[in-house]
Write a protein that binds this ligand. Structure first.
Ligand code: ATP
Length: 296
């Protein structure tokens, strides 16, 4: 028997970062949105533990661990799973791209394991397991558009009446999230303890107006990511010159996302950027959190 769960990539519409806490984590005030790029994770009963990873043609899965350090396998350990399983991951989400691909796989594995064995654990139990695996994992379970506080793991859905069109440009080589945070600390030795709040953005989400949302997008890590990868600044300028309402680094990068005024607008920006960039993808958000797509 096997269960397959699909989980979406995230972008951060707002990412406020405060000074590091005593435990070393940065306090965040963020607004996540799940967008239509997905990883599928199948958890199947097996004679012994094993893992396989495949990807869409544009995804380089060589950086995805093929052993027990893979976060989807760690998710089964977190779920206190005793019997052996085969885990199969099929990736569409760029690796180390600031889109929480590993977190999506962890959330998908937790849910697939729960459903495969008919555990039907309450949301609070799955969310607590998710939070122990990583700051973005609870959001990957919840999906939609949600505010994240604490280190990002305390999630609460927010009103989002829009259906927003994005163009996503992944980079060939990933950026390490800890490196980007370390650079943030160097650039901002006196960052405030309290991260910036997303007040204007929350009103924009409820308004359904893309121009308003474009004005309120905010990422405190963007400067650090561009400092480490100056070509991202040129990419953002180019996308905006081609008609995007606003371009920004997704989370810790290096993927950049461009908010467009409509589906047609996104197709036009995509066509223009495709002349210079190998991988340019359309996406819409918000979409659902981790959900079962196949039971065999
Ligand atoms: P975030 O946005 O949450 O900071 P990210 O999208 O930048 O994360 P991931 O794709 O989650 O980055 O990968 C980060 C690192 O995690 C990779 O370099 C890889 O070595 C490791 N990893 C472990 N398991 C996975 C997995 N299932 N998929 C992708 N990366 C994984």
């Amino acid at each position: 028997m096997s269960t397959t769960v699909r989980a979406a990539a995230k972008i951060n519409l707002h990412l406020g970062v405060g000074a590091p806490r005593e435990d070393g984590f940065h306090p965040l005030d963020t607004v996540y949105q799940a967008i239509s790029l997905y990883d599928d994770v199948t958890v199947a009963e097996a004679e012994e533990d094993s893992l396989s990873v495949a990807g869409s043609p544009y995804i380089d899965v060589r950086d995805v661990p093929g052993d027990a350090s893979n976060i989807a396998v760690r998710a089964l350990a977190e779920a206190a799973c005793r019997s052996p399983h085969h885990v199969r991951i099929t990736k569409q989400i760029p690796v180390a791209g600031g889109m929480a691909g590993g977190s999506a796989d962890a959330a998908a594995a937790l849910l697939a394991h729960d459903r495969l064995h008919g555990l039907a654990q309450p949301d609070e139990v799955l969310l607590a397991q998710a939070a122990r695996l990583g700051s973005d994992v609870p959001f990957s379970l919840v999906g939609g558009t949600a505010r994240g506080r604490g280190r990002g793991e305390v999630v609460e859905p927010v009103t989002d009446r829009g259906s927003w069109w994005w163009v996503v440009v992944p980079a060939g080589t990933g950026l390490s999230t800890p490196d980007v945070y370390r650079h943030f600390d160097r650039l901002h030795p006196d960052a405030p303890a309290q991260p910036a709040e997303p007040t204007g953005l929350l009103a924009a989400l409820a308004s359904r107006e893309p121009v308003r949302l474009a004005r309120t997008l905010h990422n405190d890590l963007q400067e650090s990511a561009i400092d480490l990868r100056p070509e991202l600044g040129a990419l953002i300028e180019r996308g905006e010159a081609e008609g995007a309402l606003r371009g920004m680094v997704s989370g810790s990068g290096p993927t950049c996302v461009f908010l467009c005024d409509s589906q047609e607008g996104a197709m036009a920006v995509m066509a223009a950027l495709s002349a210079s960039y190998d991988v340019v993808l359309p996406a819409v958000g918000p979409v659902a959190g981790a959900h079962v797509v196949e039971v065999l």
